[in-house]
Design a protein around this ligand. Structure first.
Ligand SMILES: [Zn+2]
Ligand SMILES: [Zn+2]
Length: 327
């Protein structure tokens, strides 16, 4: 197998030939068909997440076809197309797992962070944390659903039922959430970097009711806002944009410090919440719904060996929607 490997934090990935791997008990091996590039991958590379495994093969939006199964795998067959997400394993026994909050597991493994991921021609995953994808939809279009879509979905659920929804940062996750929110009958207010007319037009093309810079106030108070950008300064801005009782959901795994703000903008039972990881149920629910909604992902394809360029382009905001690597 070949892979783009992070051998050292803050260094470019290296194209390496590695010995083929065999799936262990309850594991599957897939031939990777496509793997999305997520902002979290940048946080992994930059060493912004605690206790990384290095060297590591990044990538946690994997679409692959099973070519080997380990002992004990019963629900998945060789030849089946599956998706492999960020949540790679949980202990099943900690207090969080037992209260159906496995996304908060005390002893998790995360694909592309603490177990090898999909920037490779082949990947091994825990079968119990892989989702059958069926044959509808292209590999490239499906890949972004596995994190941008799933985390977006969980964020949307946590944002509550409010009709007026703000989205701060209009990248891979927001462009999917906007479609889900519209399908649910909500109005989307999209906030981009000030002056980023390109992404504002992209949001309008996906049905946003209003677009503006993150330094602007929406024309009416929002019921909830989801912050996908990694900028802590957006938290007080979003708090000012939501009504009494409104929610501000921080969807990212990492964010710059939140500046201090007057208590008055939190008062009125406004809430700030974060979203961490996903549960398998999130995946099942969202992937069942996605074809009904008819979600169209906007993707930019890169060859696997161009992973460093894709990551650089993501960092610089040089494409709309999501980048996807194909071996
Ligand atoms: Zn657990
Ligand atoms: Zn991700």
């Amino acid at each position: 197998m070949h892979a783009m490997v992070l051998r050292e934090l803050k260094q470019p990935l290296e194209w390496l030939e590695l010995p083929d791997r065999q799936p262990g008990p309850n594991e599957i091996r897939v031939k990777v068909l496509a793997c999305g590039v997520c902002r979290t991958d940048l946080h992994v590379l930059d060493g912004e997440l605690p206790n990384p495994k290095v060297p590591i093969i990044p990538g946690h939006e994997i679409v692959g076809r099973i070519d080997a199964v380990g002992a004990g795998v019963e629900d998945l067959q060789i030849g089946e197309r599956v998706g492999i997400p960020w949540l790679g394993h949980t202990d099943g026994t900690c207090p969080y797992c037992r209260m159906q909050r496995e996304n908060l597991c005390d002893h998790p493994l995360f694909t592309g962070f603490t177990r090898d991921g999909g920037y490779a021609t082949s990947a091994v995953a825990d079968a119990r944390f892989s989702f059958p994808l069926g044959e509808a939809g292209s590999d490239i279009e499906l890949a972004p659903l596995l994190c941008a879509g799933l985390i977006g979905w969980r964020s949307l659920k946590i944002a509550g039922e409010g009709k007026k929804l703000g989205l701060y940062g209009f990248g891979a996750a927001a462009h999917i959430v906007a479609q889900v929110a519209k399908w649910q009958g909500r109005s989307v207010f999209a906030f981009t970097r000030p002056g980023d007319l390109h992404n504002q037009n992209f949001a309008l093309s996906l049905g946003a009711t209003w677009v503006g810079g993150s330094d602007e106030m929406p024309p009416e108070p929002l019921d909830a806002a989801i912050i996908f950008a990694t900028v802590g300064a957006l938290v007080p801005l979003a708090l000012k944009a939501v009504r009494k009782g409104g929610r501000v959901v921080c969807a990212g795994i990492h964010m710059s410090d939140i500046p201090s703000f007057p208590y008055e903008i939190l008062w009125g039972e406004r809430q700030i919440l974060s979203v961490a990881n996903l549960t398998r149920q999130d995946g099942i629910d969202f992937l069942r719904l996605a074809p009904k909604i008819g979600i169209k992902t906007k993707t930019t394809r890169y060859a696997l060996q161009q992973a460093n360029q894709a990551l650089g382009d993501l960092r610089a905001g040089r494409f709309e929607g999501a980048a996807v690597l194909t071996p």
